[in-house]
Design a protein around this ligand. Sequence first.
Ligand SMILES: [Zn+2]
Length: 293
Amino acid sequence: MVADVVSAVAGSNATVTTLMGPGIDPHLYQATRDDLKKLAAADIIFQTGLDLEGRMAKVLRQFGTTKPVIEITADIPRDQLLVEADSKDHPDPHVWMDPTLWSSTADTVAVAMTKLHPDRISEYQVNASRYKANGKLMADYARMVSQSIPRDRRILITSHDAFGYLGRSLDIQVRGIQGLSTESEAGLKDINTLVDLVVKKNIPAVFIESTVPSRSVKAIVEGAAARGHTVVIGGELYSDAMGPEGTYEGTYQGMLDHNITTITRALGGSVPNGGFRQFKAESMAGSDGQSTR
Ligand SMILES: [Zn+2]
């Protein structure tokens, strides 16, 4: 997700190398020897920040003494970040789930790139503006689509708390079985609490994530079944990594589009044919799309 915004802003003259690929959990990721070589060879290093890359912190701090290491979320106003009551100093780092906030990091990338290549300032600024415009369009789309989800089904249950920002964008309540990081395992108590919620609120679907083992989500399905309630796995969401390289879901836009479609349909809403790509084409042509299941 970081490479997506950096590539978009830096343009074709930059070579962007990604350390964490599809299916990789950034909370737990540690730099390999190969990564250290890549970091040593880089002119500039970008990371999400907000303690997401927790086990990379020391390595990145060391590289920060010899070259720019940029936390792309650094300029987001603190009052726009999600902060849980019991973790005051640790805002939710999963900012890419809010397309408006995430695309605003394009400005931070543009400023950092301009320091490296002052003569390219206008190119970086134009690229950042385009990236932000697309982010805003995605936010409009998310808001539109989510209105089709019935009021009483607006609860999203996933493996860990990666979807707070998406929940805010879609106006859906979000409950992760594990917390903001995947470092701690879910306990039986957490599972039972969510089984209670699923049964009580008659929730139709829960979701697995591409970067987190699915056993805790399956435990909820089984726990609900034992109490006579059928809840299905609504699909696999991309939380902390994008989909396979070379696919639409392997892009930032495709990842969010996939998540919005999967959540909306599983919770009983409807998504326009063609998803965000069609919406984008139509909003550029200035016409309305047709809505269908
Ligand atoms: Zn996460």
